[in-house]
Write a protein of this length. Structure first.
Length: 252
């Protein structure tokens, strides 16, 4: 094709048709430019289609991830509320009257107040999207800002959660002074069997350190519960924005 156009230009020069030659040359340049622009347009369209496909894959992976996280949050909320419920029951006990009527219930109450559940969100799709740069394909500023801030948001929550877990570990000596841990662990799994040694729940309930522990446990779990509700709210907002983004385009 290039050889053909070159031959035409050569013929025009030989025939001394300079005016026609320049007009033809300009026309040829225009055609070349148009060809380049068409090629670039096709290339850009192809790249745009690839980006749309990548974005769809990322959004769907994020939806699965945050849906799973929401289910986990609800599970942790249930057990955290259970901890608060049984901690409050123990705080409100009349120790002198309770030992007789609640001999079988106390190990269960103590076990439930001592339960430690943590929220450990999935973040594989989010980390992959950030490290690959594909997160920038999301042009919804509200969603992208929430996704970029999610890690720091969870880190702040985990700090408070970790403090409550550590407090329970440190309080273990209070329980060990009065009751056999095998006995109240048996309230969850009878396979452990009964302790060969006796427990003194009366002395545990009368121990001011135990009361202090319960008070701190109750307040700290209330704070964790409040923070976890904020995490749930953020998680639900992210899911809503992901759905909005998916529904605004026809992703297959």
């Amino acid at each position: 094709m290039i050889k053909f156009f070159r031959q035409i230009r050569k013929s025009l020069l030989l025939e001394n048709k300079t005016g026609k030659y320049f007009k033809y040359a300009i026309g040829e340049i225009v055609l070349v430019v148009i060809g380049i622009l068409i090629a670039l347009s096709i290339n850009n369209w192809n790249q745009n289609q690839k980006n749309i496909a990548k974005k769809a894959i990322l959004l769907k992976a994020l939806k699965i991830e945050f849906t799973s996280n929401l289910k986990q949050i609800d599970t942790v909320l249930y057990y955290d509320q259970n901890v608060i419920k049984y901690t409050q029951k123990l705080l409100q006990l009349d120790s002198k009257k309770s030992i007789i009527t609640l001999t079988d219930s106390l190990p269960i109450w103590i076990q439930n107040s001592d339960t430690r559940w943590t929220f450990d969100p999935l973040n594989g799709a989010l980390r992959s999207g950030i490290s690959s740069g594909e997160i920038h394909l999301i042009n919804n500023d509200s969603l992208s800002n929430l996704l970029f801030g999610w890690s720091d948001f969870i880190s702040d929550f985990k700090e408070g959660e970790a403090r409550t877990v550590e407090a329970v570990k440190k309080a273990k000596f209070i329980f060990e002074k009065h009751i056999r841990l095998v006995e109240y662990k048996n309230s969850w799994s009878s396979a452990i069997g009964k302790s060969k040694f006796s427990s003194d729940y009366q002395s545990l309930l009368n121990d001011p350190l135990f009361e202090d522990y319960l008070g701190e446990r109750y307040l700290s779990m209330e704070m964790v519960l409040y923070d976890l509700m904020l995490v749930k709210k953020q998680n639900k907002l992210i899911l809503a924005l992901i759905d909005k983004e998916l529904n605004s385009h026809k992703y297959e």
